[in-house]
Design a protein around this ligand. Structure first.
Ligand code: PLP
Length: 466
């Protein structure tokens, strides 16, 4: 394809995208194909000759589209959202066309400086004090890995990268069982070992870490000759929205001089609404905070904002400057590749800039407030429906429930969930709460309406009765 042909196809792509979005309500939310069906429809060998764009496009529509789960569907109530507001899709279109690799300031000064500006906009939007500096990472998993590596280096007096971990005491990191598995992975990748991720028991409806137990675990570890390195707290855990008492965690961390990371990958978007900020009161005392505008807020995947009280610690952990990456004559600039594990960086700031400007914070707040209130309404309706039990109450727009039927409740609810997802009108996923299988519901799709959420009640009760 040359750029003249691109013109025509680019226009078709824009029309296709708008039509696709307009027709989403008529499609099943979750792909309804059997495993292997798409693979077997694809030729075994690559083509030797060039193929016509029309043929490629036809296969895209006919072979691939039936195997797509529609994350932008208004009735996507599974996992957490990965919203892509149209304006952020447009920004990605421009980013793809420019295709700049933004690893250093000089490899695209505008990308670096826009990143500085939009991260600070986000910091203000979610109410973090101005002592925090932000960077855009590809994912929350990467941000958490950065935080764990920083904890490790800080605890080892910055010798870990050089000398490795052998001969060192066991480095210990503390969190509850409610944190996302990206924490486990970060611990593995950082070479600390899963056994050194100490799980602190939780308490109360918020499923928050017990601060007393946290303090006791750290004391016991010190007495055993281990080396406590940091604490990872969560606001809005993946399973049921568990939220630690951040202020209580910070009291312990400060007394023990430990590095702290707060994972608010999903719930962080809600912090643009001041009324939800009590959920993470004390966050201003954390060293590192992550939230994903690519989840609830509407910045097309991927776009993670990572805020640091002292970015120098992270740069000291990750920066490496071979001659070919030096930026002579541009002293004092920020090279964001020194703030993240991958060297190469996409121009992610553009979609966040487009998004915030096109919707305004007030527009985004309205969406989030609607989702929270619709989820609360649905939870109340289900609770009032015979045979249903709310297992964990709404935490922002997320709650869990189960249907009481049959001898084996887990099997009964898994079967109900399978039937709901095979039906296709809505999409839900499961989790386990205190060992029991329950169904998760979260409202978060960018284009969801009150009617879409109400339809969830109809589908769930209709299929439960059947
Ligand atoms: N943290 C939480 C609380 C999450 O829910 C998720 C994903 O859903 C992650 C971290 C990982 O996010 P990412 O896919 O950006 O790595």
């Amino acid at each position: 394809m040359n750029w003249e042909e691109f013109r025509a196809w680019g226009r078709r792509a824009a029309d296709w995208a708008a039509d696709y979005q307009a027709g989403l309500r008529d499609r099943p939310v979750r792909a309804q194909v059997a495993p292997g069906a798409v693979l077997s429809a694809l030729p075994d060998a690559p083509p030797e000759g060039a193929e016509a764009m029309q043929a490629i496009f036809d296969d895209f529509e006919q072979t691939l589209m039936p195997g797509i789960t529609h994350w932008q569907h208004p009735r996507f109530f599974a996992y957490f959202p990965a919203n892509a507001a149209p304006v952020s899709v447009l920004a990605e279109y421009f980013v793809s066309a420019i295709a700049a690799q933004c690893m250093l300031w000089q490899t695209s000064p505008a990308a670096t400086e826009l990143e500085t500006r939009v991260c600070d906009w986000m910091r203000q939007a979610i109410g973090l004090p101005d002592g925090f500096t932000g960077v855009i990472q590809d994912s929350a998993s990467s941000a958490t890995l950065c935080a764990v590596l920083t904890m490790r280096e800080r605890a080892l007096d910055w010798q870990g990268n050089k000398a490795g971990l052998s001969g060192q005491p066991r480095l210990r990191v503390y969190c509850s069982a409610e944190v996302h598995t990206s924490v486990d992975r970060a611990i593995w990748v950082a070479g600390l070992g899963e056994e050194n991720l100490v799980r602190i028991p939780t308490q109360g409806t918020t499923r928050a870490m017990d601060a007393k137990a946290l303090r006791a675990a750290i004391e016991a570890d010190r007495a055993a000759g281990h080396l406590p390195a940091g604490i990872i707290a969560c606001t809005g855990g993946t399973s049921a929205g568990a939220s630690d008492d951040i202020a209580a965690v910070m009291d312990v961390a400060e007394a023990e001089a430990l590095y702290t990371h707060v994972d608010a990958a999903w719930a962080g978007s809600a912090m643009i609404c001041p009324e939800f900020r009590s959920l993470w009161a004390g966050v201003e005392r954390a060293d590192s905070v992550v939230m994903n505008p690519h989840k609830w807020l509407g910045a097309q995947f991927d776009c993670t904002t990572h805020f640091l009280r002292n970015p120098g610690d992270l740069v000291r952990t990750l920066a490496i400057q071979p001659e070919y990456l030096k930026t002579h004559g541009a002293d004092g600039v920020v090279n964001y590749s020194e703030w993240s594990v991958p060297l190469g960086r996409r121009f992610r700031a553009l979609k966040l800039w487009f998004l915030i400007r096109a919707h305004g914070l007030e527009g985004l707040r309205e969406m989030i407030r609607n989702h929270v209130s619709w989820a609360q309404d649905l939870a109340a309706r289900l609770e009032a429906t015979e045979g249903f039990e709310i297992v964990t109450p709404p935490m922002l727009s997320l709650f869990t429930f189960r249907h009481l039927g049959g001898d084996d409740l887990d099997a009964h609810n898994q079967d109900l969930l399978n039937r709901i997802n095979d039906d296709g009108r809505i999409y839900l996923t499961q989790t386990r709460i205190d060992g029991a299988l329950v169904i998760r519901f979260q409202a978060g799709a960018f284009t969801a309406t009150a009617e879409d959420v109400a339809m969830a009640h109809d589908v769930i009760t209709e299929l439960a009765e059947a």
